[in-house]
Design a binder for this molecule. Structure first.
Ligand code: GLN
Length: 243
């Protein structure tokens, strides 16, 4: 029998600014999947100017955002929260970042003449190059310790991201654009730090990934739930991507 006596402590960074495409749904799904099993769930927020407690959460979360909001957050992340995020990542806390949040995990996001700083948790650079925004349904194959599985979602980004040599992507693009539309990689995965361009929201369309993140964050194994509806949502996201 799995040990469900723990409480999943989640810290959402900039939940008001970084919440494009209903990315907040990722938090709701984490909450539901904990509650349905009797696992406690405690959510806190860390906004602009707030110090971040590196020991205060098992999972830190940043959603996507418009360039303008992202700029405010980039400066705050770099100036106020960078060290705490590094400490949290080093002790194995899960850090999940989507799209605009994902871009800020790297070294920088170059927007024309302007360069937004990243927190440098992973070796990744993002640039605005000429060319259309990368938009559409997307499916990738990823292995986050459960064997290769499909993550399906929706992407819409102007920035194109490039991983440094040796940095691992979250997955391989099956359908869609991924990090930059060229190299076939999507997202980043280093230890328990995961970045991805996939909205959907991501976790309601890929409930198996939500469970895996809970397992990694709490160091427990979860029993499956009755996932008929979640499986249907996943199937429909896969089909939308053309799989
Ligand atoms: N503003 C970023 C870009 O366009 C991220 C967009 C998003 O989060 N969907 O690249």
């Amino acid at each position: 029998m799995a040990d469900y006596s723990k409480v999943l402590r989640v810290c959402a960074l900039y939940p008001d600014l970084m919440n494009i495409y209903a990315d907040r749904g990722n938090l709701l799904l984490l909450e539901r999947r904990c509650r349905w099993r009797g696992i406690g769930f405690a959510l806190q927020a860390s906004g602009l100017g707030d110090q971040l407690d590196p020991d205060g959460a098992d999972l830190y979360y940043i959603g996507g955002g418009q360039d303008r909001d992202q700029k405010l957050c980039a400066l705050d992340l770099a100036e106020v929260k960078r060290d705490a995020l590094h400490t949290a990542a080093a002790r194995g806390a899960v850090i999940l970042a989507v799209c605009g949040g994902y871009q800020l995990l790297g070294h920088s996001y170059q927007l024309g003449d302007e360069e937004l700083p990243g927190v440098g948790l992973v070796d990744l650079r993002t640039v605005r190059e000429s060319g259309p925004r990368l938009i559409g349904n997307c499916a990738i194959e990823a292995d986050v310790g459960t064997g290769p599985r499909v993550i399906a979602g929706f992407e819409n980004h102007g920035g194109r991201s490039y991983l440094g040599e040796g940095e691992q992507p979250l997955g391989r693009v099956l359908r869609g654009h991924g990090n930059n539309g060229n190299d076939g990689f999507e997202g980043v995965h280093r230890r328990n730090v995961i970045g991805t361009y996939l909205h959907g929201p991501l976790l309601p369309k890929n409930a198996w990934l939500a469970d895996r993140l809970i397992e990694l964050a709490l160091g427990i194994e979860l029993e499956p739930l009755d996932d008929a509806m979640e499986d249907a949502a996943h199937e429909s996201a896969r089909r939308a991507a053309g799989l």
